[in-house]
Design a protein around this ligand. Structure first.
Ligand code: DC
Length: 225
């Protein structure tokens, strides 16, 4: 079974996807981490972010994988070509670079194959922007998770404080979230939008635990069908 969770950055997708996967005993795939890993490799190789051809070949030749703690189906580390980049892909620099990288059709095409291969290898919660619309249109359960830009900025700042990486300036984080929403929603390839059959959940003012429980009960219903 595939549970697709899409939505804008900072809506709580990662927290929700990991918790739902843990509760249901599913694996979890963070497709944003894959785009971030490509952006990281492009920056470290000095590839220009507007060179679509170079970005495409870089993505095609890259192998992204995930590391797990023993017995935990939810990944802990991210690797590109065997090199661990878990924290390196969460910086403000990558936050900026990943938009043009993920808007490049050749990059999306290269990662699509890897995403489908991973997701079809078992029961998966897959999170991203185009999972219900493009990557797994046949997913048994599709969720579109949103929250107001202000709430998402507050959460991102708290997360950055906890992790000790990324900006902790609210105005800067809010501006970055609004900029990314704009780019993600208006790009021509796989723009951010809910699938027609997605359930829309708005987490503004709601406990994240309630959202997690709602998704789990929908999933259990579908598994029983
Ligand atoms: O979820 P995130 O912030 O880690 O995603 C990083 C970037 O990748 C963000 O700009 C949106 C993009 N992305 C995408 O275009 N398609 C996906 N399936 C996942 C992420």
């Amino acid at each position: 079974m595939i549970i697709a969770i899409d939505g804008p950055s900072g809506a709580g997708k990662s927290t929700v996807a990991k918790a739902v996967a843990k509760k249901l005993g599913f694996s979890c795939l963070d497709t944003g981490a894959m785009y971030r890993a490509i952006a990281y490799k492009a920056l470290s190789r000095g590839v220009a972010l507007d060179d679509q051809e170079a970005l495409g070949s870089l993505a095609r030749e890259s192998v992204i994988s995930f590391g797990h703690a023993a017995g935990d189906p939810v990944p802990r580390e991210v690797y590109i070509d065997g090199v661990e980049v878990t924290d390196k892909i969460r910086t403000a620099e990558i936050d900026k670079a990943v938009s043009p990288v993920s808007a490049t059709p050749a990059v999306r095409e290269a990662l699509l194959d890897q995403q489908r291969r991973i997701g079809l290898s078992g029961n998966y919660v897959v999170e991203g922007r185009d999972i219900g619309t493009v990557v797994f249109p046949q997913a048994e359960l599709k969720i579109f998770l949103t929250a107001s830009a202000e709430e998402r900025a507050h959460r991102r700042v708290r997360q950055n404080v906890d992790r000790g990486i990324g900006s902790i300036d609210y105005a800067e984080v809010l501006a970055d979230i609004e900029r990314r929403d704009e780019v993600d929603s208006n790009r021509s390839t796989a723009p951010l939008r809910p699938a027609e059959d997605a359930l829309l959940l708005d987490s503004t003012g709601h406990y994240i635990e309630d959202i997690i429980e709602t998704i789990c009960s929908y999933a259990r219903e579908r598994m029983d069908q």
